[in-house]
Design a protein around this ligand. Structure first.
Ligand code: FE2
Length: 358
């Protein structure tokens, strides 16, 4: 059962949120008006979703989240910061910096509040330990081959929608549309080498091109900034993972569900140093771990405005060197085993992008 934690020093606001959640069907609500008591309780028993007031005596919302983050207790807990509307702009970046993924204005709109908490609860289910196979579990659909009827119609509609979304994603990316297609082929080759089924390889190839679709929500001055991003800008840029996930997560198509999972997890690192959640090891969805390697290899071997392309052997060595830190060692082994196939795919696409070895 999922437990929703609420911390708000105002007992009336706390009770109001509790009632709204219980009316929406959440039964395990744990509320605290004392942030120190909440810190102790949630360190020992982390909630599935956490809602924290911004301004509180003792530990304020930011300090409470910093402490919880440092303890690692809420590593898998989606967090929303709640605050009076006039404080929202001041606290928004600070809240994101300490791991909040939603910012809610008080007094809460009952319907919006319940829906946002429901979405956070769904997210919690995808990030909890044990969800490492993510969309490759029950979401996988079999190959339809020459099948006809409603299922194949739905499949065709999915493919058309995916192609359209892929074009939308490409508009807001410094990489070309060919990058996303080529990278998706790399991901499928790695998945094959890893031992995933043909259906899983197919699904990965269709979902992977949408990994950066969340960049459509990143402002131009940050997305296209020629120089290095500062800390605040980096926080905004990193939101593309959550934005992509939010765009795709409610689509019923299994492939779009997988694409949502990839969007969310493709910047997580095996050692826990990635974002948005700092997940580590098999807590990261396998789809994200595979796309991470495919994306890195393609990025390194392709000319970008700020970088010449690397020789393929240099890129392979760089990925190998980051095995166990940035990348899943088992996926790197699969990548190495699939290297000849990956080079064949690259040669096939090489006519489409300028290629300069250095
Ligand atoms: Fe990305």
């Amino acid at each position: 059962m999922q437990h929703i934690g609420i911390v708000d020093d105002n007992p009336t606001a706390l009770t109001h949120m509790r009632i709204l959640l219980e009316r929406s069907g959440f039964t395990g609500v744990r509320g605290y008006t004392d942030s120190h008591a909440a810190l102790q309780a949630f360190t020992l028993e982390p909630p599935s979703v956490l809602l924290v007031d911004y301004l509180m005596p003792g530990l304020d919302g930011i300090q409470l989240l910093e402490r919880l983050q440092a303890s690692g207790a809420t590593k898998h807990t989606p967090v929303a910061m709640v605050s009076a509307a006039e404080d929202l702009e001041a606290m928004r970046l600070a809240a994101y910096r300490v791991g909040a993924i939603e910012v809610l204005a008080k007094p809460v709109n009952p319907q919006e509040f319940a829906l946002k908490v429901r979405n956070l609860a769904r997210l919690a289910m995808t990030t909890l330990p044990g969800s490492s196979q993510g969309g490759f579990g029950p979401l996988v659909v079999p190959r339809t081959g020459g099948a006809t009827g409603p299922r194949s119609d739905a499949r065709r509609e999915d493919a058309a929608l995916l192609r359209m979304l892929e074009k939308v994603a490409a508009i807001r990316d410094e990489k070309t549309g060919k990058h996303t297609t080529r990278m998706a082929f790399f991901a499928a080759a790695i998945a094959h080498s890893y031992g995933l089924s043909l259906a899983q390889q197919d699904q990965l190839m269709m979902g992977a091109p949408l990994h950066d679709i969340g960049k459509i929500g990143v402002p131009d001055d940050i997305l296209f900034k020629p120089g290095k991003l500062d800390d605040d800008e980096r926080v905004v840029m990193q939101r593309h993972t959550m934005i992509g996930y939010e765009l795709l997560r409610d689509e019923p198509s299994p492939t779009l569900q997988l694409a949502a999972e990839i969007a969310l997890t493709h910047h997580e690192h095996w050692d826990g140093s990635g974002y948005p959640f700092g997940l580590a090891g098999e807590h990261i969805a396998l789809s994200g771990r595979i796309v991470s390697v495919a994306d890195a290899f393609d990025g390194l071997t392709t000319v970008r405005p700020y970088q010449q392309a690397w020789l393929v052997e240099r890129a392979r060595a760089a990925i190998h060197n980051k095995s166990g830190r940035h990348f899943d060692p088992a996926v790197v082994v699969a990548f190495t085993a699939a290297f000849e196939s990956i080079l064949r795919i690259k040669r096939h696409f090489d006519g489409d992008d300028a290629f300069t070895a250095c």
